[in-house]
Design a protein around this ligand. Sequence first.
Ligand code: ADP
Ligand code: 3PG
Ligand code: MG
Length: 394
Amino acid sequence: MGKKTVKDIDVKNKKVLVRCDFNVPYDENRVITDNRRIVAALPTIKYLIENNCKVILCSHLGRPKGEVKPEFSLDIVAKELSKLLGQEVKLASDVVGESAHKLTSEMKEGEVVLLENVRFEAGEEKNDPELSKKLAEMAEVYVNDAFGTAHRAHSSTTGVADYLPAVSGFLIEKELEFLGNAIQNAQKPFVAIIGGKKVSDKIGPIENLLTKVDTVLIGGAMAYTFLKAMGYNVGDSFCEEDKLDLANEIMEKAKNNGVKLLLPVDTKIGKEFDPNTESKIVKCTEIPDGWEGFDIGDETIKLYSEELRKAKTIIWMGPLGLFEFDQFAIGTNSIAKVLADVDAVKVVGGGDSAAAIEKIGLSNKFTHISTGGSASLEFIEGKKLPGIEALQDK
Ligand code: ADP
Ligand code: 3PG
Ligand code: MG
């Protein structure tokens, strides 16, 4: 059973509180460096504007931990949103205080007000009913479109749903469709690419995927934990020594489930953690001491590409190397380029994988790139997300 969306209830002319995830990265000059989460929220906001709603937006930014800290102000988001919408988005200087009340009571139909960072309120992360009630009092309907924060049970993501009719926006609908359907009703062959830093971060999603996929391609730093578990020397590569048994269990489970699990056969190693460090490609069975594996090598790229070209469904979580350094971004970028031309359902979860694909401008070649980092991993793991559970069933 799905969750109701803004289209399943009457929102016309109503005052609507919309929880978005505007937790975007920004630099030391407070310039937003990636606006994808804001762009992804536009369809719901525009729909509500078209339906003559008074649109009250709320979000967190960073982790101000219940205190008002100007460096975490949503002013940068209000500006970006005004530009993207082509209409003014007024920013309240508080969350449920005088400013919020004044702006939201004076607003006209079709106008948009953004409340200040909801984590300036100590009650937010405690899911305090008092704060939930105050948020609810400002509106007639609650819409959650903050997929990236759906794994948090906070006042603005769950508590407020106790006091208002609560439905999802189009972003959450889309995330559920692709992350849910892509996995539950996957067309075969179904291939998962699992990379990133740690085995321990991805264990939940891996275990769930092992019951569904045909093939798993392992990359990123976590590959060295698997290689070490198999008894190979990994030099100074990042390795979770206490997860060797876990890696062995995963390989055993894959075998028992008839899942083909591939590890890199070659790797690009570097002398130091430095963008310009000396580097070379070696076989994974021959990583010398004093060197660290930072990327998959050409043979592995070839091997993985062959598997991916046969796939009908692909899920990708975690970059295949240290993509922030150009010389170790080749594995991730090459696989992204191969995927761009593969005719399959292609879904990306995990924050850094999405960033890596965005960095080389290939986002539009994917079926869906999740706006949720941890939320997408928890969802793929099969966990129930509180921000979604709180919404009305269809
Ligand atoms: P995601 O956010 O997509 O789930 P993770 O957070 O698990 O991915 O991992 C991403 C990080 O892992 C990136 O910062 C990347 O540089 C790092 N990484 C990937 N491969 C390596 C490697 N071989 N050595 C060191 N760091 C790596
Ligand atoms: C995210 O960026 O993962 C979400 O916005 C949630 O943020 P949080 O980890 O601070 O709760
Ligand atoms: Mg990450």
